[in-house]
Design a protein around this ligand. Sequence first.
Ligand code: CTP
Length: 446
Amino acid sequence: MKKVITYGTFDLFHAGHENLLRRAKALGDYLVVGVTSENYDRYRGKLNVQQTLLERIENVRKTELADEIVVEEYEGQKIDDITRMGINVFAIGSDWVGRFDYLKEYCEVVYLERTKGVSSTELRSRQHPMIHFGIVGSGRIASRFVMESKFVSGATVDGVFNIRQDSAQRFAERHELSFYSDQYNEFLSRVNAVYIASPHETHYEYARQALLAGKHVLCEKPMVFSVREAKELFALAKSQRLVLLEALKTAYCPGFQRLISCAKSGKIGRIVSVDAAFTKLVPSNVREMQDNGAGGSVAELASYPLLAILKLLGGEWREMRFTSYAPTVDLFTRIDLWYPNAIASAKVGLGVKSEGSFVISGTRGYIYVPAPWWKTEYFELRYENPSDAEKHFYKFSGDGLRYEIVEFLNRITAGQMDEGACALSCDLARVLECYRESTDITYIKE
Ligand code: CTP
């Protein structure tokens, strides 16, 4: 019996897929079809697949062309499948010519002419209109956003707003954007979503006006500094049927998501303590070091460790304490949170460097994530017996902003916000508000 194998995502199954399967089947007597898992697609940078693995398997099954369906989960699996199943022919579309020649060592490799004029990418873009982004602010993170958006289909950055027209113009020229503006309303009228990357204290007002103008909003962290503002913006977004999302890139990267699921699965027992740190050295003249009401380590960096703590322990803490070293703005702060059955601490340093680790302690073992844990690529489960340790590896692509952009687009497509994400942003705002208003901070001064 001559066995043929082919692989694909088979998202939004179309005539090109069917033709390929038919011709692959005709190459032998038995056809095996490999359908990529969600994780593997994310790993290889295919971030906006619309259908679930089960739906895509069902698409293939319904053709009745596949004698067997397998799930493709990792790099190098093709060699394993071919040798394990005794495959004679590997077939794939002509868009891959040359890429799979290395399989010739194991079986015959056939590139089949691709059907012209149809692809999942094209169907996806027809299904969902392109999101035209405008960026508010033109600093470093705004530049990174433009670069990262190129890895996400379904979104394009059209213009930039800055109250300083020359900055907006330079940014637009550097990134070849079609327009720039120093007039916010005019800017809003030319886009259907905004990414807010302006100074922290301006986020609320820019987000509010954008929502009132009917635009979806992806807002850099910290989105706002008070619960009232957070709730108001989310209520406004809901009433306008718009998406408002805080740009917490870590929250949407695959490694971090797996880490959280792993910690909550009971593999380390009951979680008793969470300790996360994030520190950064910056020149003393930068905006975030200025005493302008929005500077300092908490405003600038606390979102990261708090995200980790809130994801694991939730927003129902009983008490919160702050200890800050604050000769001018707070340069180093420890935030302690007491939960009914657990404790947590977030450490942030701006102009103070420390180990940026993340440790989740449980009754059976602990999870250790080295810096930069906020770009999660690796974590380790450790137990009393060192030989029980497990190491987990993931890919974190580029600067990671692509993950939050994909989440944002998915939410727009779904037509609704994720309630968990809204609650998390409100909890983050609650911590920042408490810090700003607390009269009970232990200050360590020079
Ligand atoms: N294929 C084809 N003709 C098309 C589209 C796809 O022959 N018009 C083939 C691909 O070459 C591959 C298989 O179908 O061998 C599965 O491809 P997949 O990547 O799932 O489909 P695409 O439509 O190419 O998806 P995307 O646009 O997301 O890359």
